[in-house]
Design a protein around this ligand. Structure first.
Ligand SMILES: Cc1ncc(COP(=O)(O)O)c(C=O)c1O
Length: 405
């Protein structure tokens, strides 16, 4: 039992859950829209959305119905056969992106694993078996599986897990000259997040991504965007590359694609789309009917609601409010960073982002820390202007509570 200024918070401990997460002392039992509820019935305004996952909020009735209907029809059949939900979802993603082929898996890390394998197989099939280098950026986060981890640039995540697969290199993010020096005839692909999320919400410059496109074209490398966190409408366009106006050869999706059900996707255009042939790659659950049905329903809802304008409007509001917080507490925060509803508020040295996260719970606010010391704001995309203002009041109360000890 935890006593807070807003009453008691029950926390049931589960000693057999592996201790690989630093979980907050809260048991969430229910969600609705942008709100979460704990075991004691306390409400929390959710600025995390399951880490940029629940774009349409919690318990969206149409998503819930799509899941229930599909579960009552066909839950799993494997990729030994065709089935409607994955096929229709692939067609829909192709239609919305203008890309040609989609591989489905179950997570962001798996989507990036598939991207890495596709880049190497593409070079191999083109008679360039030595073109094997996977180039990624400093500060990158691409997932925790061994290949995705090798592409990730965070020593803390790698410690004790080496040796990781070889052939991975890193280049300075947003440094065109460094990229020019790094991409060569050995580069299979440049894998990059248009907005780095986990390292503290750091957007790529348009100039950097445009240079990446030009250099990859000139030197025969694939350009692959990791849109696992910044895709699916979070920047104010369905796909992050559409926001930047730079078209990669392939991009990965996961997180909010199915609004909370596990699914990942690698979306590819042009000749590389044919690089993976029967037997080259696969996964039992990839694109299985229930997550695929949820993702399809998500995209159908987006067909009739203009989320882009909404994300831009509430994103501007949230960014403005965060800037006001930074101006009011210049010793504690730097100016906010990010695009749309993927925003970060950097916390200055001497203060710990994690303290604000913890105290936020006492104020009915759920926020999250990313990177070295940044508060990350990735609410459901359906968040209203009033909810943004409410969240900022709770943030100010949280700050007051941290500052007074
Ligand atoms: C940009 C990016 N890529 C990959 C991943 C890994 O996704 P998952 O946790 O679904 O494996 C994440 C997760 O945070 C991410 O933000």
């Amino acid at each position: 039992m935890i006593q807070t200024t807003r009453g008691a918070r029950l926390v049931t401990q589960h000693p057999h859950l592996m201790k690989n997460y630093g979980r907050l002392e809260i048991n969430v039992v229910r969600g609705e829209g942008c709100w979460l509820y704990d075991e004691s019935g306390n409400a929390y305004l959710d600025m995390v959305a399951g880490i940029a996952v629940c774009a349409l909020g919690h318990a969206h009735p149409r998503i819930a119905r799509a899941i229930a209907d599909q579960a009552a029809t066909l839950v799993h059949v494997s990729n030994l056969v065709h089935h409607e939900p994955a096929g229709t979802l692939a067609d829909k993603l192709a239609e919305l992106s203008g890309f040609d082929a989609v591989f489905f898996c179950n997570s962001g890390a798996e989507a990036n694993e598939a991207a890495i394998k596709l880049a190497r197989k593409h070079a191999f099939r083109n008679g360039e078996p030595n073109r094997t280098t996977i180039l990624a950026a400093h500060g990158a986060f691409h997932g925790r599986t061994m290949g995705a981890l090798a592409a990730t640039d965070n020593p803390a995540y790698k410690e004790g897990f080496e040796p990781l697969p070889g052939g991975f290199e890193h280049v300075a993010f947003n440094d065109v000259a460094a990229l020019d020096a790094a991409i060569d005839g050995m580069t299979a692909c440049f894998l990059v997040e248009p907005v780095q999320g986990e390292s503290g919400v750091v957007p790529a410059t348009k100039e950097f991504l445009e240079a990446a496109r030009r250099l990859c074209d000139e030197r025969g490398a694939l350009l692959i965007f990791d849109e696992v966190q910044c895709g699916m409408g979070r920047l104010g366009r369905l796909f992050a590359h559409q926001w930047y106006g730079v078209t990669p050869d392939a991009f990965t999706l996961a997180k909010s694609l199915a609004n909370g059900l596990p699914i990942g996707a690698l979306v590819v255009r042009g000749e590389p789309a044919g690089s993976l042939r029967p037997g080259d790659h696969g996964t039992t659950f990839g694109g299985s009917p229930v997550p695929a049905a949820a993702a399809l329903e998500h995209l159908k809802i987006r067909d009739v609601i203009d989320f882009d304008e909404h994300v831009e409007t509430v994103g501007d509001l949230l960014r403005g409010e965060l800037a006001a917080v930074a101006n009011d507490f210049p010793a504690v925060f730097d100016q906010p960073r990010g695009i749309g509803l993927l925003l970060g508020l950097p916390v200055r040295a001497g203060w710990k982002a994690a303290d604000f996260v913890q105290r936020g719970l006492d104020q009915g606010l759920f926020i999250n820390a990313a990177g070295r010391n940044t508060l990350r704001f990735v609410p459901p995309l359906i968040i209203t202007a009033d909810e943004v203002r409410d969240a900022m009041q709770r943030l100010r109360a949280t700050i007051a509570s941290v500052l007074t000890g």
